[in-house]
Design a protein. Structure first.
Length: 140
């Protein structure tokens, strides 16, 4: 089944965007660690103002990383939706399947209504057998 070119192009775009976002997230991790070290160094040197500035920058980077993670989650969801969309049968495939089913019905090979009735009849028989078993069990 050929993939719709629009879906393919959008998936390619998402993969590229995701790759860049992951690279940026990796860079943020390194930067966050750097600023955490700066906080510790400033505290060790007895510079609380500098430590507060470094702590503020680390918090900004952590918030940015969380936003980026949310965007990555959305991209993953969108990619899953595109995969599902690409697997959905086209109008031609549905029409072909309906025509095939109609031919089977006409040839007498398959009668969906009969299959439903048979299943219902089997369920009724099972229920009756269960009731009979319960009556016999009570009688003992």
């Amino acid at each position: 089944m050929p993939i719709d070119p629009v879906i393919h192009a959008h998936m390619t775009y998402l993969v590229q965007k995701e790759k860049k976002a992951r690279e940026h997230a990796d860079g943020l991790e390194d930067e966050i660690e750097l600023w955490k070290k700066r906080v510790r160094l400033a505290e060790d040197k007895g510079m609380p103002d500098l430590a507060d500035e470094a702590r503020g920058r680390a918090r900004q980077l952590i918030a940015e990383r969380r936003e980026l993670e949310d965007k990555l989650d959305l991209m993953a969801t969108e990619k899953r939706m595109l995969v599902k969309e690409s697997r959905r049968p086209s109008g031609e495939e549905v029409a072909r399947a309906e025509a095939l089913l109609e031919r089977w019905k006409e040839s007498g090979l398959v009668d969906p209504d009969e299959a439903v009735l048979e299943r219902e009849f089997d369920e009724m028989e099972a229920e009756m057998a269960l009731e009979e078993f319960k009556k016999e069990a009570k009688g003992d």
